[in-house]
Design a protein around this ligand. Structure first.
Ligand code: FAD
Length: 393
């Protein structure tokens, strides 16, 4: 019988981990606290994310979601001459409730076990992890050499004290308020792009068409700017998208919000260590930078590939030799996240320089980065130049 690997969380990190582990001959057990389908934010995918999904043989399943293709990201500054477009390759904009449900069903169909329940403790006993799960039928226990923590922003194993503390990310203390709308006046190409509208002070909005009729709209800004108004989330979002910027306003006159406004805040964090003794954090459970350029689901899906390979490598060697494999997993995944962090820092600090790089000086490299090709070991010229400006100036 193949080795059981518990996976805490059934979002994209958990289900992609399960499908990759099945390929390597393991028996993943996905433990998910929520009942699917459930709402989740994070609707714009990158090309590299979709390539990772295609490598899992999910091309047909993605097509069946009938979601709009995503060709690029259009960025509207408050100065029209500083607005620009970056091709993203060929990806999708998806309703996460449907996408995540498809991923979970697919993992189960391929052989993953699914437990509806909440993992409430994890402990190391000699070389084994002991996991306790609360289900409606009572407590369940699992014991295994390897565990994947894919618990997202809940950061299960970090909160259990298995890793050090977290550090605020650069974009901590932000709030995102968002909802699905109908009646948006789409302009040509809107259906195939993620639209970003930005102002100074890390204030920006997104518009992501999810179908002919439904569009996701969100506003992101420092939490204090929201709190000091005293407005409800519904009123704040409705009023502020109407005055945020001309290109946004022109699209949303007469739109109707389809649901109550939801919010996410304080989501930007990082932690130094996120893999030890067979326990691997994948996706949001160990780091989240910022959603503006839509890399979150990609990190989950691609890190799942690296984690499965690392687990296979560990399983083929002695416990005493696992440490460098863990280090390798953390190095590769941190390096890629750092690319996104630096690109973002440059975007906010030097928006004009960013537009120039994306359109002229390093257009090809930016195209690759926006498509999510960020796992190269040696940084290319554009990235080196950005880092020089950010860290040596
Ligand atoms: P999640 O999708 O959060 O899944 C974690 C799962 O674990 C959940 O289902 C939860 O119920 C379960 N869980 C947690 N704890 C337990 C437990 N103890 N026991 C059992 N189950 C548990 N990303 C993009 O790619 N594109 C975007 O456009 C985008 N926009 C975003 C906008 C905002 C405002 C924010 C905040 C994020 C955005 N993201 C975006 C990021 C994206 O949402 C996440 O990166 C992605 O969902 C991470 O996937 P995950 O599987 O790691 O975590």
């Amino acid at each position: 019988m193949s080795e059981i690997i518990p996976i805490i969380g059934g979002g994209p990190a958990g289900t992609a981990s399960a499908m990759n582990l099945l390929r390597e001959g393991f028996s993943p057990v996905i433990i998910e606290a929520d009942t699917f389908p459930r709402f989740h934010i994070g609707e714009s995918l990158t090309t590299e994310c979709v390539d990772g999904l295609n490598r899992l043989g999910l091309a047909q399943q993605l097509k069946k979601l009938s979601a709009p293709r995503k060709k690029g990201v259009r960025i509207f500054s408050k100065y029209p001459e500083n607005s620009f477009y970056v091709g993203a390759g060929d990806a999708w904009q998806v309703e996460r409730s449907k996408f995540d449900h498809m991923m979970l069903n697919e993992a189960i169909q391929r052989g993953a076990k699914h437990i509806v329940g909440r993992v409430d403790s994890i402990q190391k006993n000699k070389n084994l992890w002991n996991i306790s799960i609360q289900t409606v039928k009572g407590e369940k226990k699992l014991e295994s050499r390897f565990v994947i923590d894919a618990s997202g922003q809940k950061r299960f194993s970090q909160k259990q004290g298995l890793f050090g503390g977290i550090k605020d990310g650069i974009y901590a203390h932000q709030i995102a308020l968002f909802g699905h709308f109908e009646g948006v006046k789409h302009q040509p190409m809107d259906m195939h792009d993620t639209l970003i509208f930005h102002r100074e002070n890390h204030a920006w909005a997104w518009m992501i068409p999810l179908s002919e009729t439904v569009t996701s709209i969100g506003l992101v800004l420092p939490i204090e700017d929201f709190k000091k108004t005293g407005l409800t989330m519904d009123d704040f979002l409705d009023q502020n998208i109407l005055t945020f910027s001309e290109p946004l306003m022109s699209r949303i006159q007469g739109t109707k919000r389809l649901e109550k406004v939801r919010a996410a805040s304080n989501y930007s964090f990082t932690m130094d260590e996120y893999c030890r003794e067979g326990l691997f954090c994948v996706g949001d459970s160990h780091r989240f930078i910022d959603p503006i350029f839509s890399f979150g689901v990609q990190f989950s899906v691609i890190e799942a590939e690296y984690a499965a390979k690392a687990i296979l490598a560990c399983s083929q060697t002695d416990y005493s030799k696992w440490s460098p494999i863990h280090e390798g997993y953390m190095q590769t995944t941190t390096q890629a996240q750092d690319v996104v962090q630096d690109i973002l820092a440059y975007f906010w600090k030097h928006p004009w320089g960013f537009a120039n790089m994306a359109h002229q000086r390093h257009a090809d490299e930016f195209l690759e980065i926006f498509a999510g090709r960020i796992y190269e070991k040696t940084p290319r010229k554009g990235l080196l130049s950005i880092r020089k400006t950010l860290y040596e100036a």
